[in-house]
Structure formats: structure tokens, C-alpha cells
Design a protein around this ligand. Structure first.
Ligand SMILES: Nc1nc2c(ncn2[C@@H]2O[C@H](COP(=O)(O)OP(=O)(O)OP(=O)(O)O)[C@@H](O)[C@H]2O)c(=O)[nH]1
Ligand SMILES: [Mg+2]
Length: 351
């Protein structure tokens, strides 16, 4: 997933400058006034705007033409033509703007802000500017300058914000499927997922990328199963979601310890990442009871939430949980972690 590249090919153009005007004053009783042609307006610019709440390029249309407006021509009475509107292309931090042919990097957009990429053409001067003692009635003005255009490749390296870890069959892919438009394979046998899947979720106007990786089994850190190959993929995520199936016989705390042990054997820093424990399959009565119990008694001081990917129970809470992991300064949970009542109050919970 760290190597996943999001890219779109676009064409951009800045606006042409408007033409200067050729015009002469016409006033009652004054047969021939002097020149009064106004200047043309400036063409709009092409700007990139880095916005931190974007994480992907999905809002850009492939092969689209992003076009700034042309400046309008000047007119009589020294009226200046209006400037063309800029075209503003929003992108996430980390976006590269490359020349489509040569692949040369033209802009490397990391910091939030607005970056001028193509300047619009300046407007032409009206005939007012060209009056001289020899030619008091110039019958010419300037054309506007042409704008610029370019074929670009917009590229972004996708890095997941939250990586899901869990045993095979815990419901990691199901969770990704229920929170995002991603459509990973889900099935009732272990190792359904063979390569990582990414999806984009959003809450509070903020996008974030979720990554579902193959199940981790005992010995994964030593290469058992598919785990090892993919543990490196979660090394760059900002936070982890431990998905635990509480419909299983196994003690959830023991499962959690096993997962942590595999992660730390691979790289102890993985345990430094902010994390949340997600107890899945609470649509099943026994699992629900177990989750309630855990919510009441706590889970080793961890943030813990019960949910069901399948029955879509408490998915907003899961998203809110991710949001808070990524932004510790965010408002405290609207659905607090410490308050277990929601398990019984949820309106979409079957009973
Ligand atoms: N009852 C119930 N079953 C679920 C729920 N979520 C997932 N499942 C089922 O659990 C099984 C495994 O789901 P997956 O999403 O494929 O699990 P995974 O963790 O991605 O598994 P691997 O890719 O093999 O590691 C499937 O049969 C799902 O339908 C849930 O909320 N409730
Ligand atoms: Mg899976």
C-alpha cells in the first residue's frame, strides 16, 4: 500500500489577456474627443491549493481541462476589462506536479497554501496610452498577451493513516468495505486477503486512508502466513486498528497479546503508534454480551469499541475513533469510549 500511487492526467491553461480598446470620446457639442479606449483585463491564473483535509486525487477528473478565464477587452470611457477568474485546483499535501511528457517535477507540494503555477496573460493597453503630440488620435491598441498551457501528470503517493491488524477472519476486509467504497474480497475462510487493500473514508470534512492487510498469525513476524510481507506496509501508517472477532471462543485479551507480540517482534515501534481495539461481530448475541462485558470492565486501558461490520452497527463511532487517533487535539468523543451505554442504546442494534 505504501507504493500505491494515485495519479491523474490533466490539461491546464491560464487565460489570455483581454484586448485594449480603440475608442474616442464622444460628447455632445464636442465633435472629436481624444482617445479613451480602456485596457484589457488580465487572464486568470492556474493555481494549486494544498489542503490538508484532502488525502487523495479522487476529486480531480482524469483527462479534464482546467481552464482559467480570459480577461475581457477594455472599452470606451477608459473602462478596464474585467480580469479573468483563476482556476484553483485543490490537492492534498505530498502532491507532485509533473510534466506529462518528460516526467520532470515542476512542483512538489508539501505545505498548505496556494501556489501560482501558470500566470494569465496581461491585458493589452487601450489607445489612450498611445496618444502623442504627433498622433493625437491613435487608431490602434494592444492585443492581450496569450495565456499558457501545459499537459500535466498529478501524482500522489498514498500512505495509509490507519492500518487494520487482526487474525485471519476477524473482519478487517469487511470493515474496510463497510466504511469506504473499496470492495475487497470477504469470505469465511482465513487468508482471504492476499494483498493490502486501501480505501478512503471521511468524517468531519477530513479524508483518511484505511488499509486492510492480510491476517496475522502466530509466527507472522518470522515469516509465517502472509503476515511478514505486509507488516512492513503498516510501518508507515499513523495509527492502528486492532480488529478482534469476539464471536470466537478465544479470549480477546489473549488475541490482542498475540497480535502485539507479532508486531513487536517485527518492529517494536509499531506498538508506539496510537491504536484502538475494535471488537467485531456484535450482531451475534454472544459476541454482543462479550463486548458489553469488555466495555464495562475496560480492556487493559486501551480505547475499545464494539461494532459489526456486517450489520453496520456503530460504524460512525469507529470512524470517530479513527478521527481522534489521528488528531489528538480533536474534540473529545461525542460518543465517549468510557461510556458503555451506547451498546444497549444503539437504535440499529437487533434485539
Ligand atoms: N456475523 C458477522 N460476521 C462478520 C462480520 N464481519 C465480518 N464477518 C464475516 O467474517 C468472515 C471474515 O471476514 P473478512 O472481512 O474476510 O475477514 P478478514 O479479517 O479480512 O480475513 P482475512 O483476509 O482472511 O485476514 C466473513 O465470512 C464475513 O462475512 C460481522 O460484523 N458479523
Ligand atoms: Mg481480508
Amino acid at each position: 500500500m505504501n507504493g500505491f500511487v494515485d495519479q491523474v492526467v490533466i490539461h491546464v491553461s491560464s487565460g489570455h489577456g483581454g484586448a485594449g480598446s480603440v475608442s474616442f470620446r464622444r460628447e455632445k457639442y464636442i465633435p472629436k474627443g481624444g482617445p479613451d479606449g480602456g485596457d484589457g483585463g488580465k487572464g486568470g491564473n492556474v493555481l494549486f491549493e494544498v489542503r490538508r483535509n484532502l488525502k487523495t486525487l479522487t476529486h480531480l477528473r482524469n483527462l479534464a481541462h482546467y481552464m482559467a478565464q480570459n480577461g475581457l477587452p477594455g472599452s470606451g470611457r477608459q473602462r478596464h476589462g474585467s480580469d479573468g477568474n483563476d482556476v484553483i485546483i485543490p490537492v492534498p499535501p505530498g502532491t507532485l506536479i509533473k510534466d506529462r511528457e518528460t516526467d520532470e517535477v515542476l512542483l512538489d507540494l508539501l505545505e498548505e497554501g496556494t501556489y501560482r503555477f501558470l500566470e494569465g496573460g496581461i491585458g493589452g493597453k487601450g489607445n489612450t496610452h498611445f496618444a502623442t503630440s504627433r498622433n493625437q488620435a491613435p487608431r490602434f491598441s494592444q492585443e492581450g498577451m496569450e495565456g499558457h498551457e501545459r499537459d500535466l501528470r498529478v501524482e500522489l503517493q498514498l500512505i495509509a493513516d490507519i492500518g487494520f491488524v487482526g487474525l485471519p477472519n476477524a473482519g478487517k476486509s469487511s470493515l474496510l468495505q463497510s466504511l469506504t467504497a473499496a470492495n475487497p474480497k470477504v469470505a469465511a475462510y482465513p487468508f482471504t486477503t492476499k494483498i493490502p487493500n486501501l480505501g478512503v473514508a471521511s468524517i468531519h470534512n477530513t479524508e483518511f486512508i484505511l488499509a486492510d492487510i492480510p491476517g496475522i498469525i502466530e509466527g507472522a513476524s518470522q515469516g509465517a502466513g502472509l503476515g511478514l510481507r505486509f507488516l512492513k506496509h503498516i510501518a508507515r501508517t499513523k495509527a492502528l486498528g486492532f480488529v478482534i472477532d469476539v464471536s470466537e471462543e478465544a479470549d480477546p485479551e489473549a488475541v490482542f497479546e498475540q497480535l502485539k507480540s507479532e508486531l513487536s517482534q517485527y518492529d517494536p515501534e509499531l506498538l508506539e503508534k496510537p491504536r484502538i481495539i475494535l471488537l467485531n461481530k456484535i450482531d451475534l448475541p454472544e459476541a454482543r454480551e462479550k463486548a458489553k462485558e469488555i466495555m464495562k470492565n475496560g480492556f487493559k486501558g486501551e480505547k475499545v469499541l464494539g461494532f459489526s461490520a456486517f450489520a453496520r452497527i456503530h460504524l460512525p463511532e469507529v470512524l470517530q475513533g479513527f478521527f481522534e487517533l489521528l488528531d489528538p487535539n480533536s474534540q473529545p468523543a461525542t460518543f465517549g469510549f468510557a461510556v458503555p451505554e451506547w451498546i444497549t442504546k444503539a437504535s440499529n442494534e437487533p434485539d
